[in-house]
Structure formats: C-alpha cells, structure tokens
Design a protein around this ligand. Structure first.
Ligand code: URA
Length: 271
C-alpha cells in the first residue's frame, strides 16, 4: 500500500524561509507559545496552488503534526475549498508562526520584523504564481492581508479576496451555550455563503468542477472532510490524521494542563 505525503520544504525560497524564522525577540513568550516551535504551512509549495488561505495561529493538533489547520478549523476550511472545486490546489499560512498564548498586543502584531517575515511568505506564494483567490480567516488574518497589500508587491497584485469569519469563532464566542453556538454557526455559514459568491467566479481552474451548493444552518458531514494524506509529513500514524479528540485536554490533570501548571509524572515514567 502506498502512503502519499507532503515532502515539505524542499526548494527555495521555502528552504531559506524555514531556516531564517524569527524567534522570541519577535514573538514574545508572554504572548506566544514559542516553546512549541514555529509551524509554517499546509498545502502545495510547488506553484500549483490556486487558492491561498491565511489562518490565525497553530494550536495543539498543528504542533504535533507540524502542519497548520489540521484540526476542526482545518476540516471546516477543507469543506469550504471543496465547494469551490479546490481539493488539492491550495496553500495555507497563518498570521502567526507560533501558537498564541492569551492575546497579542497591537505593538507585537504590527512589529516590523513579524510583518516582514510573513510578507516574505506572501511574496513567495503570490508573486508570479497562479493563485486566483485569497481567503482570510478572522480579523488578524484580514489585517495581515491588508498589511501585505500595502507593500509594493501587494499593491501590484490583483486577486479575488474574501475575509471570512474564523471557522471556530462560533465555539470561542458561545462558551458552551448550545443556543448561542447554533446561532453563531448559522451566522458564520451565512457569512461563508456570501464569500463563496465572490470567490466562485474567480476560480478558473478547479481540481474538480463543482456546482456551488450553499451551506445550511449547520455543518453537514460532507462539509467537514478529512485532511488529505498528501498534506501530512511522511510516516504520520493514522490516528493523528483523524479528528478523534486526541489533542483534547482530559483526565485528572486536564485543569492543571490548562493552567500551564506542572503536572506530576509518576515514578518510573521518566528515565
Ligand atoms: N489552526 C491553525 O493553524 N490556524 C487557525 O487559524 C486555526 C487553527
């Protein structure tokens, strides 16, 4: 049996971008989980991407897998792209290279070195490529896009563009209240339906031509497809490719983990 995988950062300018990433001087440790390391992208780096998507920041799943948008948010955007007929020809980067810890201060968000490094990725993925449309997930991603469009290469560029509600905004805004969650989900899907109207005409080269079927009030099962194996690094165990809650904090020490407290490791577990 053959196992497709993503070969990673095998050519320039991505080799240099991955060697030159910023550290804690640019991403302060009180605002980012720099100890989880930088996580760069997901999708095609070979010039075949037709859609560029800008997310926010990596979380637990992304930290283990070393690709972005591989958890619930990732499945939702995978479904959004499928509606446009894009099943392979996409590439994602995040606004932030590291997972956000709490919130990001305006001064950090706008720091020249942070913005310049992200703009190098955007130049690499957009200038002279065949990307037809750009999607920003949430306000930070929209701001990142506006910052790039203010640069000389951004000013020269023309792309269909949609800034949409972040895919997990309903969960973060509803705090376990089911009625609020349902209302926020319906609102998000309405927002995504509007974006689809803008984006669909711009996709001239879909992977699989698709009739545009709008979302209803909540996600259908087919609207959260799995992340394809060809997006993952080689040799990833099957359970890491599934949305089975493996990165969820649970069990007796869950609260301690959430508070970032030290967890007592039973005797004999560590050498
Ligand atoms: N994971 C990411 O990598 N980015 C997001 O925006 C959300 C989850």
């Amino acid at each position: 049996m053959s196992h497709p995988f993503d070969p990673g950062y095998v050519r320039e300018p991505f080799l240099t971008l991955c060697a030159d990433y910023p550290g804690t001087d640019v991403y302060p440790t009180d605002q980012f989980r720099t100890e989880w390391g930088p996580i760069f992208h997901r999708g095609r780096l070979d010039g075949s991407a037709r859609v560029l998507l800008i997310g926010q920041d990596p979380a637990q799943h992304e930290t283990v897998v070393r690709r972005i948008l591989v958890g619930e948010a990732g499945r939702r955007v995978q479904g959004l792209l499928s509606k446009l007929g894009i099943t392979r020809s996409y590439v994602f980067i995040n606004t932030y290279l590291y997972s956000v810890y709490g919130s990001v201060r305006a001064k950090t968000r706008r720091a020249a070195a942070l913005v310049a490094y992200r703009n190098r990725w955007l130049d690499a993925l957009l200038v002279g490529t065949q990307v037809e449309a750009v999607i920003a997930l949430g306000t930070a991603a929209n701001e990142a896009w506006q910052m790039w469009t203010a640069t000389p290469s951004g000013q020269a560029a023309r792309f269909a563009y949609a800034a949409v509600t972040h895919p997990t905004q309903p969960e973060s805004s509803s705090q376990n209240d089911k009625a609020k969650l349902a209302a926020a989900t319906a609102k998000l899907l309405k927002n995504w339906n509007t974006a689809l109207q803008t984006l669909a005409p711009a996709i001239q080269h879909p992977d699989q031509p698709a009739a545009l079927i709008p979302y209803g009030e909540t996600w259908g099962a087919a609207e959260r497809p799995p992340i394809p194996a060809f997006d993952y690094p080689a040799g990833l165990p099957a359970w890491m490719c599934e949305q089975d809650g493996w990165a969820r904090r649970s069990g007796a020490d869950a609260l301690a983990k959430r508070r970032n407290l030290t967890v007592t490791v039973p005797k004999g577990v560590l050498p």
